[in-house]
Ligand binder design. Structure first.
Ligand code: ADE
Length: 238
């Protein structure tokens, strides 16, 4: 798969590119490239943003700058680019990223991720230059770089060869193998620690019982109530 990331901060991705599953995906034939909006801006001072029409706080990434970056990088009209590959604008108002969308994107041969900054994109970027608008959650980040890494992480780890153990991406949280439910809990050595014991069934060697136990725990976690039990003195309505 080829992933192209448009951003104001290509250097922000250095750590991400060094992650094992990303290196594995790249070694297995995937490619991640970067384009800096600023490099393609023809405006004085390589400006990329402007104040919003109608007033309001913050700056908006200009549609002409994003268009020029797409045209310059791909060497063809951005509408043609949009008809050839998924062009995903990262924005808090987009479709929420989930496992099904990550799988859908992982099946694409090529993907373009548009990171925003400031108050986000001129809406015409989303309407005319992108094929999708994707959000990584109902909160606002300072820019689209972390969301781009989140999308790439969720997508690249689904590619063959990205994870060491081929089974590990199959039966995991939200996968079809678990009917979209969260994954069951895992434990490892020591079997007993400070009186906190691993459930006996997992030590039993009885594969069918282990499987039933795991599916039951996965079902229990459905609905997001899972995780650690409430701790005294934390949270609550006090
Ligand atoms: N840019 C800023 N916040 C974002 C979010 N929650 N999802 C995607 N892109 C964003």
């Amino acid at each position: 798969m080829q992933v192209d990331v448009f951003t104001l901060f290509p250097e922000a991705f250095a750590w991400f590119l060094g992650q094992r599953h990303v290196e594995n995906a790249l070694a297995a034939g995937s490619e991640v490239r970067f384009a800096s909006y600023r490099d393609w801006s023809t405006l004085s001072g390589r400006v990329v943003d402007d104040t919003p029409f109608g007033g309001g706080a913050g700056m908006v990434l200009r549609v002409d700058v994003v268009d020029a970056a797409l045209q310059g990088f791909y060497g063809r009209d951005s509408l043609e680019v949009r008809s050839e590959r998924r062009v995903v604008a990262l924005t808090p108002s987009g479709r929420a990223l989930d496992d099904a969308l990550a799988s859908q994107l992982a099946a694409e041969p090529a993907l373009t991720l548009l990171s925003g900054r400031y108050e986000g994109f001129d809406e015409r970027v989303v309407e005319h230059l992108a094929t999708d608008a994707v959000s990584i959650g109902p909160y606002v980040l300072a820019g689209g770089e972390l969301p781009a890494m989140v999308v790439m992480d969720a997508v690249l780890r689904k590619l063959p060869g990205a994870l060491g153990h081929e089974q590990s991406a199959v039966e995991e949280s939200f996968s079809p193998a678990l009917s979209g439910r969260p994954e069951y809990p895992h434990y490892t050595r020591p079997a007993s620690y400070r009186g906190w014991d691993v459930p006996d069934v997992l030590l039993s060697g009885h594969h069918e019982r282990i499987r039933e136990w795991r599916l039951a725990r996965s079902r229990e976690r459905e609905g997001g109530a899972g995780g650690a039990p409430p701790r005294p003195g934390r949270g609550g309505s006090a």
